[in-house]
Ligand binder design. Structure first.
Ligand code: GTP
Ligand code: MG
Length: 193
């Protein structure tokens, strides 16, 4: 995929605010601070298009990044962040659920986990939802630059075992720092468009 012009198009909370056209969507979900925005930047070869912060909970709206008018990369707010009020948490989970249940243009979901950590109950719930939705999805285990290569296999087994991934669901190790895994992930994305 050749990317010429990737740009932030809009942030949305409600369906009326989603882009009103037929451009397909690849959507990124995962826990807060796991590295979703960094992953999008790495895929688009941009340093700071999707906002990255050291503090979790940075992405609060559903952000639509328009890639050459052919696909949107959709950055969802992270789930499972404990340090926000109940009201905010509820509003986030509601906007994530509404999006996942209503978007008609969703082509694939990229679920992002941190390669260093065993997936949480929230991750398991997300994964179950994805299995039941029968949408194409894959799992990216990011921040692989933070573990020694000798631990890679063990970490991937822990993640696939905890989420009970079936053998057709790809699990792609990735690093936004080194861009390792970028090619593999891009190929999956291109294959569903
Ligand atoms: P929310 O928007 O809060 O849900 O977070 P997010 O999932 O979008 O995470 P974000 O991309 O903002 O990254 C969180 C932190 O992890 C930042 O400090 C990033 O620099 C760091 N980070 C993300 N990906 C990687 C990676 O592959 N390697 C390393 N070493 N750090 C990463
Ligand atoms: Mg983010």
């Amino acid at each position: 995929m050749n990317i010429n012009n990737a740009r932030f198009e809009k942030g949305a909370v409600k369906p009326e605010q989603y882009p009103d056209n037929d451009i397909p969507e690849i959507t990124f979900v995962g826990r807060s601070n796991v590295g979703k925005s960094s992953l999008i930047n790495a895929l688009l070869n941009r340093k700071n298009l999707a906002k990255v912060a050291s503090k979790p909970g940075r992405t609060r709206e559903i952000n639509f990044y328009n890639v050459d008018d052919t696909v949107y990369f959709v950055d969802l707010p992270g789930y499972g962040y404990a340090k926000v009020s109940k009201e905010v948490k509820y509003a986030w989970s509601e906007s994530i659920e509404t999006y996942l249940n209503t978007s008609k243009k969703l082509k694939m979901i990229v679920m992002v986990v941190d390669i260093r950590h065993t997936p949480t109950d929230d991750d398991k719930m997300m994964n179950k939802w994805l299995v039941n939705s029968s949408l194409p999805y894959l799992v990216v285990a990011t921040k692989m630059d933070k573990i020694p290569r000798s631990k890679l296999k063990e970490r991937l087994l822990d993640i696939s075992g905890t989420l009970k991934l079936d053998s057709n669901t790809p699990l792609v190790p990735f690093s936004a720092e080194t861009k390792e895994g970028r090619e593999t992930l891009m190929n999956y994305i291109v294959s569903v468009l």
